[in-house]
Design a protein around this ligand. Structure first.
Ligand code: MD6
Ligand code: FE
Length: 194
């Protein structure tokens, strides 16, 4: 379910909170298990954070760069994620992980499934800020055709139920400048990982 502009009224507060989070846990371009450096730079907040390195993809309670716990999930983030999930009939969503993605122009996310979480009955809530992007929403096989869904500043996507394991990705972000966020797209995905 795409909730257009659902986070718009909170965009400045979310952006300010991301600034505080990445002051403690800076954006970094992680390595895939196959040895490629991701074009998207990532950080996390919450009890768990999604990480990847040569050993694989996983959730970790501390930032491998610092050895410190990830910054806490702001109350605003928890409230927004639960309210968005409820709009899509997923009640009582309490995420324990928030992955923060930064796309500079040219950065992209190839088709993938989110399957490192333990309970696929829990949805994922995704908040987009900054530059627009085209989200690819595919099927349960990588080769299935994908819809192209434009996402702009303030849009929220709730993703779950029978669609939870659909392949998805993001086309290369185009050059531009957003008045609040600057020359990038930010995406926050809230997950119940453990
Ligand atoms: C992004 N999002 O929009 C990448 N995954 O930057 C995702 O990979 C994603 O938005 C699962 C559910 C929602 C998402
Ligand atoms: Fe994903």
């Amino acid at each position: 379910m795409v909730l257009r502009s659902f986070a718009l009224a909170n965009a400045e507060a979310i952006f300010a909170a991301v600034g505080r989070i990445v002051a403690a846990a800076p954006f970094r371009q992680m390595q895939t298990p196959g040895g490629f450096r991701m074009s998207v730079a990532m950080s996390n907040c919450g009890p768990l954070g999604w990480v990847t390195d040569e050993a694989g993809y996983r959730y970790a309670a501390s930032d491998p760069e610092s050895g410190q716990p990830w910054p806490p999930l702001p109350a605003l983030f928890l409230r927004l994620a639960a309210e968005a999930a409820a709009e899509a009939d997923f009640g009582d969503f309490v995420p324990d992980a928030c992955l923060i993605n930064r796309y500079e122009p040219g950065a992209r996310m190839s088709l993938h499934q989110d399957k490192d979480e333990r309970d696929f009955s829990q949805p994922i809530v995704s908040v987009s800020l900054g530059l627009p992007a085209v989200f690819l929403f595919g099927g349960l096989k990588r080769s299935d055709p994908a819809r192209r869904i434009p996402l702009t500043h303030g849009d929220v996507v709730v993703w779950g139920g029978p669609d939870r394991l659909r392949y998805h990705g993001v086309l290369a972000v185009k050059d531009g400048a957003h008045p609040l966020v600057g020359a990038c797209r930010l995406n926050l995905t809230f997950r119940k990982a453990h």
